[in-house]
Design a protein around this ligand. Structure first.
Ligand SMILES: N[C@@H](CCC(=O)N[C@@H](CS)C(=O)NCC(=O)O)C(=O)O
Length: 214
């Protein structure tokens, strides 16, 4: 049985839970972090000295942190060869897009845009900084748009671990009030993700508990 520590509203927890859902694995999740607290206790810090979520424990093995590492562990141990190829070259193609997505999409969206729009009081928001962050993200979304014009998924024609790292921020990207350029392939891709039960359950999660108001 997998045990997960992390609140449903954490984007990294969402990536992990979506992966667990896609792989059909049984789990128990504890609400930890942000309004739930619990990530600064001695017990938690023994599992993860960073005090961040998610943390995953698989049976009696040592607890894991860093979402990218956890996703690779689950994919390697429980994923199909289509989701996480056995062949080094094919796997590197998936991993390349997964890493790129974490660094250039998820990290460029969550703190610089989502936090500044939702987790910052309107009176303290900086529209110019938000617009600059959107322009930065747009550059990488243009690359994604070209890639998605070539195949149904971010690393090709198959749903893989890279889609978890790329797609898990798209619900919020399309939901918050920001300027979005017209990208038909990205929109088609996102619409397809919203038909996946695990994406609906673990990613399309209400984020009102995070909102900061004046
Ligand atoms: N690099 C880490 C980042 C983990 C992280 O920053 N998690 C956030 C939530 S997305 C967190 O723990 N925030 C503190 C909290 O929720 O209290 C990873 O990818 O897992």
């Amino acid at each position: 049985m997998l045990e997960i520590w992390g609140r449903r509203t954490s984007s990294n927890v969402q990536a992990l839970m979506w992966c667990i859902g896609e792989l059909g694995l049984p789990y128990k999740r504890h609400d930890v972090g942000h309004i739930y607290g619990g990530n600064d206790t001695p017990e938690f810090l023994v599992m993860n000295p960073n005090g961040t979520v998610p943390v995953l424990r698989d049976g009696d093995y040592e607890p894991l942190w860093e979402t990218g590492a956890i996703l690779r562990y689950l994919a390697d141990r429980y994923g199909t060869p289509a989701f996480w190829p056995k062949d080094s070259v094919a796997r590197a193609r998936v991993d390349k897009w997964a890493e790129w997505s974490k660094l250039n999409i998820a990290m460029a969206f969550t703190q610089p845009i989502f936090w500044k729009v939702v987790r910052t009081a309107p009176s303290k928001q900086d529209p110019a900084a938000i617009q600059a962050a959107i322009a930065h993200l747009d550059h990488f979304l243009d690359i994604a748009e070209v890639q998605l014009s070539r195949g149904s998924y971010i690393s090709g024609d198959t749903f893989t671990l890279a889609d978890i790292q790329f797609g898990h921020v798209l619900f919020r990207y399309f939901d918050i009030p920001i300027t979005r350029q017209d990208r038909p392939c990205l929109r088609r891709y996102y619409d397809a993700l919203t038909a996946r039960p695990a994406f609906r359950e673990h990613v399309m999660v209400d984020y009102e508990e995070l909102r900061v108001v004046d």
